[in-house]
Design a protein. Structure first.
Length: 767
């Protein structure tokens, strides 16, 4: 009887690379996606071929396995057992025994059945609470690690440029500093659990032509440098993100997936990124099929490898057979392949995969929606609900027999297509809307109260009358009369309108669900106008994934409350704001447009981007970035600003006092304006922010240390600089310039900003 000699385990990436055949190398830079017909959760996924069986795909090893938990509803315990078994099989049955790297979507929580679902990134932005987002990221990462997942395809760092774009809901804000700080916090939270975060979509995806998905970006290099790139730089350099995903778009005729100046020259050579660049799903093949810069998949593979795309996801359409043929024909240097393979192996080494035999046991008991998950989901939801308008009707007090005033309603009419729908709480990349909606017969997997259930609990002594009123997106008005009768019979009407998030035209917002206009979908505005016409006070609650044109409601409704898909605890959070149990503190992360025709708009506009006497049309939004009301009031002193030089931080101090009768949290926003620049500068630019809790009558002094980076811009030669001259600073509750500003002169010479200069404004709070 012979005894088999144990195979030597190689854990050094360079040594592994030296022993690999071409097929083994290529296997490490592709993924495999076990999906079936009808599971369309990625663009054009039916256009591509793949290995027919998982065993066939792993014959030479495998780089990534794609969405093990996030493609269909699977029991996480059973699926973990399957995954551990497959990892053992790959380790034991392939020549080099290299485990697979597992990646999943995790934008609003791990995209898996029975996993907690948090608010959308727009809600993160509304909270202005980077620390809480970091806590959320850590919880998501912990769940992923327990299930054997190694890489998360989040966060999204695209700066909102046009609200018609369907993927606005996946973005954090229209302000790059807000995006940068909050996304970096998410990266730190996720990676604290040993999970690699993936920054996406690098870069320019959100500025697509006419708000169309995949459309070209018409932006100059200065807009790239000053607006679209800073969030990625902060997440790479301060957040130490380990993976970056290229965007689908082209910039000035060059697809990003084939752009070495961005993916190598900027990302690696300048910023020092040393992780992996992964393809957005099918992005390499799109160089042939959509961009037409490659004549076949071999050429597409060459372009992507040259640019710096290390891993083709989710399959190997270009990097397997076509690339192998190109290498053997001498069309692609093997050194390009080796560069990508080495990066892939180094990532696996960093994750502890090289040498891992998976002899441990998978989880037999795991709670993906624990009390800890729900507590953070609730807190983030409560901090993300924006009070946009209020004529004094809010907060509504719980009803009682002796008080029949509007403030204490005994009958509440709850009306609208989002008033009793679970999916109204979630964005496109939630498991509920992204995956579960494609599979019938499955339970939700998590507890998700609707607005109807939440109001019944919040106002237990009131009578809640309900009417759906209309659909989300149809022209059916047949239920209007019932809704009007419902409102007429109540003391106050709560009208819950908004979006249905979905994929590729199946919803009103979400990936591939772009809009021509920014009116509320379907006949929702008409329904609202009919309810307002009853004369009863109307509280409009918007559950949306983008800002809509609702200036008419700000004038006609008694109150307007904006929620950006607030997650599994979102209904309770909104109900708490209505009752006053929650004092709203959220601020708009994106301006509410006055008209569709004024788009694209950003508060970061130069003087000529605002209102002027040379046009008959106003560009002023209905509500500016940073706006949000409270049930108490705050007073800001005139900021005290230290005079300094261009190469030193500017210190700005302001005292904020709660002048109302309730405890609350103020989001103090510090803005600056460079009054004269060698290129046009924005009329307002957020350079710092902080949340501060204040009891009635309490005050706090906030001191902002604003680094030169925050005041810098791409000069005429595109070098990032700070110029000497006059700057104004102010704090406020929105981007609208305040009356109380302080002007200081920065002395010195033009300061070239260095890569190692601080990028974050530090804030000290003294009580």
């Amino acid at each position: 009887m012979s005894i088999e000699t144990p195979r030597e385990v190689i854990t050094d990436p360079q040594e592994l690379l030296a022993q690999m055949t071409l097929e083994e190398k290529l296997a490490q830079i592709v993924g495999f996606w076990d999906k079936g017909d009808g599971e369309a959760v990625a663009p054009l996924q039916g256009e591509f071929a793949e290995a027919s069986t998982f065993a066939g795909a792993t014959a030479n090893g495998l780089g990534h396995v794609t969405r093990v938990y996030g493609t269909r509803p699977v029991d996480p315990i059973e699926r973990a057992q399957w995954l551990w078994n497959e990892q053992r099989r790959v380790v034991n049955e392939t020549r080099l025994g290299i485990p697979m790297l597992v990646h999943e979507e995790c934008l609003t929580g791990l995209s898996a059945w029975q996993a907690a679902t948090f608010p959308t990134p727009l809600a993160w932005g509304a909270s202005f609470n980077a620390e809480l987002v970091e806590d959320m990221g850590a919880l998501i990462g912990e769940s992923m690690r327990q299930l054997g997942v190694h890489q998360g395809l989040a966060p999204v760092l695209d700066v909102i440029r046009d609200p018609r774009w369907g993927r606005v809901e996946e973005c954090i804000a229209e302000d790059p500093y807000t995006v940068a700080t909050i996304a970096t916090a998410y990266v730190k939270g996720l990676q604290s659990q040993g999970i690699h975060a993936t920054l996406k979509h690098f870069v320019g995806y959100s500025g697509s032509q006419a708000g169309r998905n995949f459309a070209p970006l018409h932006a100059g290099p200065r807009e790239l440098a000053d607006v679209l790139l800073p969030p990625f730089e902060m997440a790479v350099r301060d957040g130490k993100a380990r993976s970056v995903m290229h965007s689908y778009n082209e910039i000035d005729g060059v697809p990003v997936a084939a752009n070495p100046e961005l993916l190598t020259g900027l990302l690696r050579d300048q910023w020092g990124f040393d992780g992996t660049v992964v393809a957005d799903y099918f992005g390499v093949a799109f160089l042939e099929k959509l961009h037409n810069v490659a004549g076949n998949l071999s050429q597409a593979a060459k372009l992507a490898l040259e640019a710096g795309v290390d891993i083709e996801l989710p399959t190997g359409d270009a990097y397997l057979g076509p690339l192998a043929a190109a290498v053997r024909a001498g069309d692609v240097p093997i050194e390009l392949v080796d560069r990508a393979v080495l990066r892939a192996l180094q990532q696996k080494a960093e994750l502890g995969l090289l040498g891992n035999t998976f002899n441990d046991e998978p989880p037999s008991d795991i709670d993906l929606d624990s009390l800890r998950h729900r507590a953070v989901a609730r807190e983030l939801a409560e901090q993300s609900v924006v009070l946009v308008a209020n004529n004094g009707i809010l907060p509504l007090s719980p009803a009682n027999e002796s008080d029949a005033s509007v403030g204490s309603p005994r009958k509440i009419a709850l009306i609208g297509p989002n008033a009793d729908r679970i999916s109204a709480m979630f964005g496109c990349y939630s498991f509920v809307n992204h995956v579960l909606s494609l599979h019938e017969g499955y339970e939700m997997g998590i507890e998700v109260p609707t607005m109807r259930e939440a109001l019944n609990q919040e106002f237990a002594d009131a009578s809640i009358l309900y009417s759906e009123g209309c659909d989300i997106d149809s022209d059916d008005t047949s239920r209007f009369a019932e809704a009007v009768e419902c409102a007429s019979d109540a003391d106050v009407a709560v009208l819950v309108l908004g979006d249905q998030s979905a994929l590729f035209g199946r919803g009103t917002v979400g990936e591939g669900c772009d809009r021509d206009d920014l009116e509320l979908p379907g006949v929702q505005r008409a329904l609202a106008e009919r309810i307002i016409a009853t004369g009863k006070p109307v509280i409009l609650v918007l559950l949306t994934g983008r800002p809509y044109v609702v200036g008419w409601a700000l004038e006609q409704a008694a109150a307007v409350v904006q929620g950006f898909f607030p997650g599994e605890e979102g209904a309770a959070a909104v109900a708490g704001v209505l009752s006053g149990r929650v004092n709203p503190s959220a601020k708009l992360p994106v301006s509410l447009p006055r008209a569709t025709g004024s788009q694209p708009y950003t508060y970061l506009h130069p003087a000529l981007g605002g209102n002027s006497d040379v046009t008959s049309l106003s560009s002023t939004p209905a509500r500016e970035f940073g706006f949000g009301l409270s049930y108490t009031s705050y007073e800001h002193t005139v900021p005290q600003v230290s005079a300094t030089t261009t190469d030193q931080p500017v210190t700005v101090s302001v005292t904020v006092r709660n002048t109302g009768d309730l405890s609350g949290t103020e989001v103090v926003q510090l803005y600056a304006r460079d009054l004269v620049g060698s290129v046009t500068r924005p009329v307002a630019q957020l350079v710092g922010y902080a949340r501060v809790e204040l009891a009635p009558g309490e005050q706090a002094e906030l001191t902002f240390a604003v680094p030169p980076t925050r005041l810098s811009f791409a000069g005429r030669d595109l070098r990032r600089i700070v110029e000497p001259g006059d700057f104004t600073f102010w704090t406020g509750t929105s981007a609208t310039p305040a009356n109380s500003v302080t002007t200081v002169a920065l002395a010195g010479s033009v300061h070239p900003v260095r890569l190692d200069d601080p990028r974050i404004t530090e804030v000290t709070v003294t009580r």
